[in-house]
Design a protein. Structure first.
Length: 512
């Protein structure tokens, strides 16, 4: 997927092979290297000599690979295209349309449950199904992304958005809750294809100083869809559940425009979206290994990577808390403000909108400072403190307090979503971005299901005070875990190292 075979004369794969062969030949003919080989082969003790010779060969091979990497970074052209913004925008639109249905039923759970004659738990599953489908299919689709590329992956996601919106046009009767779940399952399947793409698109299309912000903007689209999913249904579906004809018409007002938008977007993506630029956007991409990925080996590396495993748990806890609060938003608000479904929708939207602003700011900070661990700890500690304050202030039952707290929580918790994905890509470089992102997104789904299904019965039995204390505990544990992570910025180091190396070399020397 990272093979830039059509990048022009300076990045042609045949030229790369030529340079590698000449470097290898130069290495073998170098008297200095011959002397090292002679030394390796003349060690008296046979057993020790064999081991020492093997170590020498490995060392020389590593030096040779490093030399190849240095020279290849010099001959590759690094260039950024304005078209990258269009590619990111098209992806963000698809992700937005996929995010919209996630909470469109849970935000008016009491009306939907009454209309379709199902329990609130069943309505919550219109959101939970996204998490379950992701967990089941994350690994095969992760393989698909790396093999087929971001263009095919995005097209498949757009097709599933279209099919989901088409199925939604047949949900306008009280006996069709099964059709609703089918519609949500199609959207959930599309989410698996789309959710892991932001760090991949950022790395393939954007420069070294832009990947954090680009990743944040990619996640921005999905969050915007969440916001619309909170605010639009809660303002349209307002009829009493006994007025079934009115509710059917309100459902149509949502479904038909979605079907039209997804159809148009599918056509545009198919004809406009491009897999990758003609030249490399950064030195890290130019020098990244292009050999075929061994997924079993890569997965083993990631699960043996202590810092990444800790990030999986920490990231899952903060994002799982966020999605748990979002799923239970309707029930939490109506406890204090009965009949205020519109207020619940607006609060959910404010949670997301504030997070979108936060994601852009945090992404820009990461690009400038590369302080991944410090920013992560700040996000966790602030989320814990805000949730703790909110837990006790909620007793005052003032709407403006609710709004203020959800804005602040959204800014921090939602804002950290793209930062965590970028953090994962940073510490696991040069493993595929799609792999680390898919595993992190899988942790979101796992912890969202666990935390939501624990908090929901606590909410019913002890009220929102009990569920909020539970969420506070999750954030505190997450903060402790993040503090144990050893932050190794491998991608940034690779970029800086190659820049320093190429600056210190003469062009003629580097290709001789």
């Amino acid at each position: 997927m990272e093979d830039y075979r059509h990048s022009g004369p300076q990045t042609d794969s045949s030229n790369a092979t030529f340079y590698i062969k000449n470097i290898s030949l130069h290495h073998n003919n170098n008297p200095k290297n011959s002397k090292v080989a002679e030394t390796c082969s003349s060690i008296p003790n046979v057993t020790d000599a064999s081991k020492e010779k093997h170590r020498c060969i490995e060392k020389n091979h590593g030096d040779e690979e490093k030399a190849v990497k240095k020279r290849s970074s010099s001959v590759h052209e690094i260039k950024l295209y304005k078209k990258r913004y269009l590619m990111l925008f098209l992806f963000a639109l698809c992700s937005m349309m996929n995010g919209f249905p996630s909470f469109q039923y849970t935000v008016v759970a009491n009306i939907v449950g009454c209309y379709y004659d199902v329990s609130l738990s069943a309505v919550n599953w219109t959101c939970d199904i996204h998490m379950v489908v992701f967990l089941v299919l994350v690994f095969p689709i992760m393989y698909f992304i790396d093999k087929k590329g971001i263009r095919i992956t995005l097209i498949v996601g757009a097709v599933l958005n279209f099919l989901g919106s088409f199925a939604q046009c047949f949900t306008f009767a009280p006996d069709r809750f099964l059709v609703v779940m089918t519609c949500q399952a199609l959207y959930a399947l599309g989410q698996v294809f789309l959710l892991s793409l932001p760090p991949f698109i950022a790395a393939v299309w954007f420069g070294a100083g832009e990947v954090g912000l680009a990743c944040a903007l990619g996640v921005f689209g999905n969050q915007l869809g969440f916001a619309f999913g909170f605010i639009i249904p809660s303002n349209i579906i307002t009829s009493n559940c006994t007025e079934q004809v009115d509710i059917s018409n309100e459902l149509k007002i949502i479904a038909y425009p979605m079907a039209v938008i997804n159809t148009v977007l599918l056509v545009i993506v198919f004809f406009v979206f491009v897999e990758k630029p003609k030249t490399f956007p950064s030195i890290a991409q130019a020098t990244k290994p292009t050999c075929e990925t061994d997924y079993v080996k890569s997965l083993k590396k990631l699960f043996m990577h202590r810092s990444f495993v800790l990030l999986l748990f920490g990231y899952g806890l903060i994002t799982g808390t966020y999605f748990g609060i979002s799923t239970l938003m309707n029930e939490m608000v109506l406890i204090h403000f009965p009949g205020q479904e519109v207020v619940a929708g607006i609060m959910g939207a404010m949670l997301v909108f504030a997070g979108m602003v936060g994601s852009v700011i945090i992404g820009a900070l990461l690009d400038r400072t590369h302080r991944y661990k410090a920013i992560s700890l700040f996000a966790f500690i602030m989320s814990f403190l805000l949730m703790l304050v909110y837990t006790f202030l909620i007793k005052i039952e003032k709407i403006w307090i609710q709004f203020l707290m959800f804005i602040l929580l959204g800014f921090i918790m939602t804002g950290y979503l793209p930062a965590g994905l970028d953090f994962g890509a940073e510490i696991t470089y040069p493993e595929p971005e799609a792999m680390s992102a898919s595993l992190l997104n899988a942790s979101i789904q796992i912890f969202s299901i666990i935390l939501t299904n624990i908090a929901s019965p606590i909410l019913e039995k002890y009220g929102d005070f009990g569920s909020n204390i539970f969420f506070c505990s999750s954030l505190l544990v997450g903060a402790i875990i993040m503090g144990c992570i050893k932050c190794e910025l491998k991608r940034t180091y690779a970029e800086d190292e190659e820049v320093d190396d190429t600056k210190s070399q003469n062009i003629e020397d580097s290709i001789s």
